[in-house]
Design a protein around this ligand. Sequence first.
Ligand code: 7TS
Length: 405
Amino acid sequence: MFQIDQIRTTFPLINQGSQQSPPLAYLDNAATTQKPLEVIQRIQAYYENENANIHRGIYDLARQATDDYEAARQKAKNLLNAAKTEEIIFTRGTTESINLVAQSFLDAQLKAGDEVVITAMEHHSNLVPWQMLCKKRGASLKIIPVNDAGEVILEEYRQMLNDKTRMVALVHISNSLGTINPIVEMTQLAKQKGIPVLIDGAQSVSHMEIDVQALDCDFFAFSGHKMYAPTGIGVLYGKAAHLNAMEPYQYGGEMIRTVGYEESTFNTLPHKFEAGTPNIAGAIGLGAAIDFIQKIGLPHIHQHLDDLLQYATEKLGNIQGLRLIGTAQQKTSIVSFLLDDVHPHDMGTILNESGVAIRAGHHCTMPLMRRFGIPGTARASFAVYNTKAEIDQLAEALKKVQAIF
Ligand code: 7TS
């Protein structure tokens, strides 16, 4: 059962914030979520009782730490329904996962005249790595346009795919608009032509069930910190056949098999892509966050976020002069908006005085903002602990903004 009061009490920051005056309405979850006690206490327990370096110790403590770390990998495998545990690579987050694919996978294949396809709503981290690679290799970056509602225009995408396309990289849920892209259909279209697909799941992995095998994507990237886990940990899922064929991303300890002064050979998956001492506590915290999400159940979480989105859309839609940016049919948990001609940053500052924490700006999607002819938006984004009362608080605070301007 989904019990919001109970969920809220397991987040210390949310719990404390609700006792402040005015109470904290934390609505910047697309940037990062708060952490539940399960995650915080798991990390503390690791450092108090289990801390050791992994994969090299022969004593009990090191074995324990290694087991904990590898158990987290297993949890990530289950979360994505990957076929093999070694297809889960721990990274610093979505950004590093995408850079890894750009540099270790695509760089080796991309030639002058080739094409890489992305949507117009990519976060900079799923745009700049491909842009830089295309520049380096004389390839071109093709942008799938979006309509005024913030939906990709599928017909344009279809026509864009050709025998020069070497990669398709798609955001699953837009962090600026909340649009849920039709990644099943989009992935199929690319796969029919044998084109590899990467999905940026930074905003989706905590909202809906992902099955990378059913989806048949080649790569899937996400960050821990947007799904109730700590910062500095994330995942790259990649099909084993690709990962095995790819060059390592970084070189050093752990990722080697043998080293000589002239030659070195590399470790098997997943270690080949995890050079150096990894973020052990972060991975273990991520494992605890996955347990937390699965205990509540992704369908329940999705339903709750959809309810909040619907409520917020109605509530904010009733405010005269408020313009929603991003009105896709398929949308979740994010509302971006402008109010009269108030600058989003001014809005954010005044909302802060009412205890409301939202994001204002371009949300690392500058080209998308340009597409809409705006400098940025104010953005409220929801997580499992948010309530309709917090949306009321946002709406009240917006009326104050209007009164001031
Ligand atoms: N992709 C999407 C869709 C994102 O929303 C973000 C972060 C990233 C990639 C990058 O993730 P990172 O963990 O590697 O930084 N989005 C946001 C945001 O909307 N506000 O702050 C960060």
